[in-house]
Design a protein around this ligand. Structure first.
Ligand code: SN0
Length: 314
C-alpha cells in the first residue's frame, strides 16, 4: 500500500483485515520489519487514541517514532499557496512537509476541518500538501473528511463478533460543539465495502455529503432504524449542507436503554472521546453492550496492519 488516506487506498481489504487479526493474536511477529525505519506523526489537533495506538503499532513493528504538535512544539504553519508570510505563521507547509519527509520513512498527519468553508475542507488541502511535498507515504490520522484508521478499527471490531451480515446502524447523537463529518463519512465508506446491512439515522438537515450516502438507507425515525440492530454506532456530526452548523440540540436523539427495546442484543460503538450524559448514557457506556474499549484497542492493530503493508513496499 502506497498511502492510507481512505478505504480506496487499500488494494486488498480482506487481506488487510486478516493481517490486523493475525497481528492482534501475535503483535510482535514482525518486530524486525520496521528496524531502522522512522515514523513521523504530526498533529494539528488533539489526540489520545490515534497518537498512542499509532506509536504502539510502530513500536510493535520495531520502528522508531517522532511526534510533533504543529504550532505548539513547532512553528505555526502556513498552508496557503502564494501568500506573503508577514503574519504570525513562520513556516510554510511546503518546507515543513519536505523536511519531515527527509527525516522519516512514513508520515502520519492529523488535520481536522475548520468547518468554516466546505470547499476548502472537502478539498483536503492540508493532507494533499503533505502528499505532494513530503515524498514519503502518508497515513491519515483524521483529515478534513475522513478517519480511515478509526473506521478500519471499527470494521475489525464488527468482524470479530463473527455475526454474518450484521445489521449496522449509524445514529446521530447530540453535542454542544460543531464536530467534523470525518468519522461518519469514513464509517459509511468502510461499511459500503463490508458485508453488512447498513442504515443511517439522523435528524433532517444532518444528511452527510451525498457521494458518501449514495445507495445507503437513510431512516429519519431513529427508533425504527434501530430495530433488530446488531451494532449501533453513535456519533455526532455538524451539518454538511448548512455547513458546520448545529441545527438543533437534538436531546431526544441521545441513545438510552429505553430506546433499545427492539434491539435487545445490540452492541454499542463510539469512536471516543464521548461526552457522557450528552451523546450516550452512563448505563450504556458502563454496561455489557459497550464495545468502545474494544474499538480503541483495535486501533493498534488497524495501524499496525497499515504500517506493515506500507513497510513492505519501502
Ligand atoms: C473528533 C471528531 O472528529 O468528532 C475526533 C474523534 C476521533 N472529536 C472531537 O473533536 C470531540 C471534541 C469534544 O469537544 O467533544
Amino acid at each position: 500500500m502506497k498511502q492510507f488516506i481512505s478505504v480506496n487506498d487499500v488494494p486488498d481489504l480482506p487481506l488487510l483485515l486478516k493481517t490486523a487479526l493475525d497481528l492482534k493474536a501475535e503483535p510482535f511477529a514482525d518486530k524486525h520489519l520496521g528496524e531502522n525505519k522512522m515514523l513521523g506523526l504530526i498533529f494539528f489537533n488533539p489526540s489520545l487514541r490515534t497518537r498512542l495506538s499509532t506509536q504502539k503499532a510502530a513500536v510493535n513493528l520495531g520502528m522508531q517514532v517522532m511526534v510533533m504538535n504543529a504550532g505548539q512544539d513547532g512553528w505555526a504553519l502556513e498552508t496557503e499557496d502564494g501568500v506573503l508570510m508577514n503574519g504570525n505563521k513562520a513556516e510554510h507547509i511546503k518546507e515543513a512537509a519536505a523536511v519531515m519527509g527527509r527525516y522519516c520513512d512514513i508520515l502520519g498527519v492529523r488535520s481536522f476541518p475548520e468547518l468554516l468553508d466546505k470547499e476548502r475542507d472537502y478539498s483536503e488541502h492540508v493532507i494533499k500538501q503533505f502528499i505532494k511535498y513530503s515524498g514519503v507515504p502518508i497515513i491519515s490520522l483524521e483529515s478534513g473528511t475522513l478517519h480511515p484508521l478509526q473506521s478500519f478499527a471499527d470494521l475489525i471490531t464488527i468482524t470479530e463478533s463473527g455475526i454474518k451480515k450484521p445489521k449496522v446502524v449509524l445514529t446521530w447523537a447530540p453535542h454542544i460543539r460543531a464536530l467534523p463529518q470525518a468519522v461518519p463519512n469514513s464509517f459509511v465508506q468502510w461499511m459500503g465495502v463490508a458485508d453488512v446491512d447498513f442504515t443511517i439515522t439522523n435528524p433532517k438537515g444532518y444528511e452527510l455529503e451525498s457521494s458518501f450516502t449514495k445507495n445507503v438507507k437513510i431512516e429519519y425515525d431513529q427508533e425504527k432504524a434501530l430495530e433488530n440492530a446488531n451494532f449501533i454506532y453513535v456519533k455526532n456530526w455538524s451539518a454538511y449542507n448548512d455547513y458546520g452548523k448545529i441545527l438543533t440540540d437534538g436531546k431526544e436523539w441521545m441513545l438510552t436503554e429505553e430506546k433499545l427495546k427492539n434491539a435487545a442484543k445490540s452492541k454499542i460503538m463510539h469512536c471516543l472521546p464521548v461526552r457522557r450524559g450528552l451523546e450516550l448514557s452512563d448505563e450504556i457506556l458502563d454496561g455489557p453492550r459497550s464495545l468502545v474499549l474494544d474499538q480503541a484497542e483495535n486501533r493498534v492493530f488497524a495501524a499496525q496492519a497499515v504500517l506493515k503493508s506500507i513497510l513492505s513496499i519501502l
